[in-house]
Write a protein that binds this ligand. Structure first.
Ligand SMILES: Cc1ncc(COP(=O)(O)O)c(C=O)c1O
Length: 404
């Protein structure tokens, strides 16, 4: 095959800073090879400073952070938890870990994130007992939590979501797994709601190979989260347990990787935003291919992944899948937008409030290679694929891309 000669261009691959190994060696020197140690304390402090929050718990994954966050909000069996339908499955699964009832909310077109109108409709329906659950009609009660997601780094409309949440007295857990470095109205995504979640999985803007964090200004919640994350050991000489805990703490070695990665977060955001500008510039003259813009100056996206929507009615029949296949033929990775939860076999029976916005985004949307370590050669190869595919769609001379 032709592409076997060409190196793979990844969607979003780890980008080491060079300092990681010195932190790992330090952990070995001090023999802190455990899910506790000085790197964890430093990493948590660094995360607090960067995100403008008072407390952070470094954990084994973002999924673990959501799970613990929902326990902090006392989610019990059959409690309603409202989350965005258009997201990665890890935003929803922890609701089910606790026996809660996920209620899926459609996206708004402006951010692709939780639609405030649909959110309010869902809250009212929960309160009136008008929710149809897989077991029948749900009980009338206030939802226990709202989980907006800052998808692909684009901040959700936190002004409206927080206004609605405060009006009804429902705590917000922000899923900022993809949004470290993004801000809404100059506040860090993940630092606006009662709790926030980050992920340091291998494909994220910074990585610890795996890992996550729970953020909050609430001292008690983070202290309790750390207690539950270390198997909920009561104070005693022997091992005494009155509550069920988890093994969810981050390793001290991985925290060392995290520290080194976070040192360069501003560069990483700048590089990903430059990727977005490159693609934005390229597609500015091609009808039928749209990029999601920041709606106004309140929104600052880390541009974790640049996404496009392809409208085959305007691209002379070229579809999202055609773009994906053409890139794959050149050993270039791309990925469809997350399939909404209300369309997933796992969750089709669960309540959903929406008008099909996320369905359409899913049908036409594609994530493009967006790593902060993309080279000029990588971008040239991607450009070649686009040139071959879209040459008939071009309207005018393409502007020269200068933003990388
Ligand atoms: C939106 C979203 N939520 C949650 C997660 C879960 O994070 P982790 O993979 O660290 O468990 C991810 C990423 O993987 C994600 O993209």
């Amino acid at each position: 095959m032709q592409h076997s000669l060409k190196s793979k261009v990844w969607l979003s691959s780890p980008h080491m800073s060079g300092n990681e190994l010195s932190y790992i060696e330090e952990a070995f020197r001090c023999n802190w090879i455990a899910p506790l140690g000085p790197h964890i304390d430093v990493f948590e402090n660094d995360l607090c400073r960067y995100n403008g929050v008072k407390h952070a718990a470094a954990l084994s994954s973002g999924t673990a952070a959501i799970h613990l966050g929902l326990r902090m909000l006392d989610v019990q069996p059959d409690d309603y938890v409202l989350t965005q339908s258009l997201t990665f499955v890890a935003s929803a699964n922890p609701i089910k870990y606790l026996g809660g009832m996920p209620v899926f909310i459609d996206s708004e077109k402006e951010t692709w994130n939780m639609c405030p109108q649909q959110l309010e409709k869902a809250i009212i329906a929960c309160m009136r007992g008008e929710i149809r659950t897989p077991m029948g009609r749900g009980e009338a009660r206030l939802p226990k939590a709202i989980i907006p997601v800052h998808l692909y780094g684009m901040p959700a409309n936190m002004q409206e979501i927080m206004r609605i949440a405060n009006e009804y007295g429902i705590p917000v857990l922000e899923d900022a797994a993809e949004a470290l470095g993004s801000t809404f109205d100059k506040r860090a995504c993940g630092g606006i709601g009662k709790l926030g979640v980050l992920s340091f999985n291998g494909n994220k803007i910074i990585t610890a190979s795996a890992g996550g964090a729970l953020l909050s200004n609430d001292d008690e919640m983070i202290t309790r989260a750390k207690f539950l994350a270390t198997q909920a050991k009561d104070v005693a000489k022997h091992y005494e347990h009155t509550q069920m805990g988890y093994n969810y703490r981050m390793s001290n070695i991985l925290a060392g990787i995290g520290i080194a990665q976070l040192e360069l977060i501003d560069d990483r955001v700048a590089a990903r935003r430059a990727n977005f500008n490159f693609y934005n510039n390229y597609f500015s003259n091609i009808e039928g291919v749209e990029l999601l813009q920041e709606p106004n100056e309140k929104y600052f996206s880390n541009r974790w992944l640049t996404t496009i929507s392809v409208n085959p009615k305007l691209t002379m029949g070229i579809t999202r899948d055609d773009v994906m296949d053409a890139l794959a033929a050149e050993n270039i990775e791309s990925r469809p937008i997350w399939k909404p939860m209300h369309l997933q076999p796992l969750y089709t029976a669960y309540p959903y409030f929406g008008t099909g916005v996320s369905d359409e985004i899913f049908n036409n949307g594609l994530c493009l290679p967006s790593g902060s370590n993309l080279t000029k050669d990588d971008l040239a190869r991607i450009t070649e694929v686009f040139d071959a595919l879209f040459h008939k769609c071009k309207q005018t001379e393409r502007k020269v891309a200068v933003n990388f």
